[in-house]
Write a protein that binds this ligand. Structure first.
Ligand SMILES: [Mn+2]
Length: 234
């Protein structure tokens, strides 16, 4: 039986004459999971109290990118550089994380997904990378999405290091970054400027990365391996 991978969905508008709201996820996530022999299932943003039932129906949970996390969830007031937030999405996904842990279902967080996992377990964020300090690394790349533009160092004793080389490189589309890593989590990849590019839980099946393997997986096999590890091993 192929594992069922719940993908926490997003919402956006589409205008075709009238304007409609869409519940959706990126096909890149869908294809990454399918190529790893998993069955993707999109979970639209909904009521937090329904998270338990959704998690019962899936084997693992993927949290994708998009909105900034509401800074109030990690004890900060909104900074002028904060971008769009979605409180309904935060509330629903936080309950999905909570239920996944209660029900022993693994979690893979990508970009916002990593930042939300960190906040869910008591970590904090910089609302903009400029608040981290000066850096010579371009974390919002302008080259094509399937290009890997900055190096990362993968921590030797980590889940990532079981299938990625310690000297690796990634694409980069994030204007926020982790400040304090959540208790009982470890930073498992860093950019040369010290920005945290991956974390994992010490005692729970949770791994999370700042970059976007869904955009590079068809070009770089190691990027597909992130999905394969999640679907088959985590
Ligand atoms: Mn980066």
């Amino acid at each position: 039986m192929k594992p069922i991978i719940g993908i926490a969905g997003n919402e956006r508008t589409m205008t075709m004459g009238e304007t409609f709201w869409l519940s959706y996820t990126s096909r890149n996530f869908v294809e990454g999971i399918q190529a790893a022999d998993g069955l993707p299932l999109v979970l639209p943003i909904g009521q937090p109290e329904d998270a338990k039932t959704y998690i019962q129906r899936i084997d693992k949970l993927l949290l994708g990118g998009g909105h900034d996390v509401n800074p109030k969830l990690y004890g900060q007031e909104p900074h002028p550089y904060l971008e769009e937030i979605n409180e309904k999405r935060d509330a629903f996904e936080l309950r999905l994380i909570d239920e996944a842990i209660k029900q022993g279902k693994p979690i893979f967080g990508i970009c916002r997904g990593m930042q939300l996992v960190n906040v869910a377990f008591g970590g904090t964020l910089h609302q903009d990378i400029s608040l981290f300090g000066p850096t010579k690394i371009k974390h919002v790349q302008e080259s094509e999405m399937n290009k890997r533009t900055h190096p990362v160092q993968i921590k030797a004793a980590s889940r990532l290091a079981t299938f990625l080389p310690e000297a690796y490189s990634v694409n980069s589309y994030h204007h926020q970054t982790i400040k304090d890593v959540a208790p009982n989590f470890t930073a498992t990849a860093h950019a040369p400027d010290g920005i945290i590019e991956a974390i994992e839980a010490n005692d729970l099946p949770i791994m999370a990365i700042q970059w976007h393997p869904e955009l590079t997986r068809s070009t770089f096999d190691t990027e597909q391996q992130l999905f394969t590890y999640f679907v088959q091993k985590l």
